[in-house]
Write a protein that binds this ligand. Sequence first.
Ligand SMILES: NC(=O)C1=CN([C@@H]2O[C@H](COP(=O)(O)OP(=O)(O)OC[C@H]3O[C@@H](n4cnc5c(N)ncnc54)[C@H](O)[C@@H]3O)[C@@H](O)[C@H]2O)C=CC1
Ligand SMILES: Nc1nc(O)c(N)c(N[C@@H]2O[C@H](COP(=O)(O)O)[C@@H](O)[C@H]2O)n1
Length: 299
Amino acid sequence: MNSPHAPHAAIALLAHRIPFVSPNPIPSPPSQESLNPTLPFVTVTYAQSLDGFIALPDRRPLTISCSESFAMTHVMRTMHDAILVGVGTVLGDDPRLTSREDILGVEGVAAVKRARGEPDGAGLHHPRPVVVDSTLTKFPYQTSRLMGHPRGKPIVLTTTRYSQERRTTLESLGVEVVVCADSRDGADGDTAQVDLSDGFCKLHAHFGIRTIMVEGGARIIGSLLRRRKSSTDKSEQLVAPQLVVVTVAPTFVGNGVKVIELTGESKVVGGSEGLVQLADVEYRQFGRDMVVVAGVKMS
Ligand SMILES: NC(=O)C1=CN([C@@H]2O[C@H](COP(=O)(O)OP(=O)(O)OC[C@H]3O[C@@H](n4cnc5c(N)ncnc54)[C@H](O)[C@@H]3O)[C@@H](O)[C@H]2O)C=CC1
Ligand SMILES: Nc1nc(O)c(N)c(N[C@@H]2O[C@H](COP(=O)(O)O)[C@@H](O)[C@H]2O)n1
């Protein structure tokens, strides 16, 4: 597959699986979840090596995707209202989290605008950036490229143990701080983390965000791929994403960071127990990479 065709192939693969790709209502929503009035549609996506790594040891960033699968990722960014990462990713990668014309190409940009039902002259859609930071103390607001994002300052989801001093500073700079319910299901053991399902509901309720692309990092994705009960709503399904899109590149890394690191009790259980189960799986080649697209079983 040549690079100029990748955005078209990505639109064909994803447009029927992600709701609200167009500002107009799409005729046939792909699933009942997209009709949920309070919970946004959540896509989890990442790129990994053939041996399962998403970053180098010490959480150093790694370029895994080829140009075609990168184009697929940027098409996905244009299809979501918001893009969410954990503060570990902001610290490690300093991401821009924009939809990029240089990666999509002229034809790709035009195709995306057509798919969104927007005129040629319209600017390319960028998802609103959202960062998860349990205390507000880690988000590097003085240096982060997200502070110059074209959709405005990021929204930061935090817990009740946030720093008031930091909140005042961030809000004075235009950052929107959203205090969410605490969860102990995250990656840091006994330390309260952000209850992501509560965060998702608040993004919908406070900002009208209907679709969220979760792009990283390891701990946030790991939390979402575990079957968790929300502290605000006892339904287990609330925490699960509706769509999982994984780029698998034909490279070996040998050592580094994985999205699911089983520890303690879960390591003894092993297998896929305790993890979300996939359904409606599709596979597509983008350049040299394979992209796996799947829904999540809700039972
Ligand atoms: N290959 C890929 O597609 C991607 C790779 N990455 C890599 O991932 C690494 C960063 O991942 P991490 O260090 O794990 O950071 P992360 O980006 O997952 O953020 C984790 C932080 O969020 C906080 N947090 C709050 N609520 C949480 C919850 N409910 N669940 C989990 N964490 C919660 C944690 O306390 C922690 O401080 C970097 O090495 C980056 O390069 C990041 C994005 C995509
Ligand atoms: N799809 C994909 N492939 C890779 O090889 C990657 N390393 C990533 N990383 C993600 O992209 C973010 C950087 O985004 P910007 O280009 O700065 O907008 C990074 O933080 C990861 O989330 N993704």
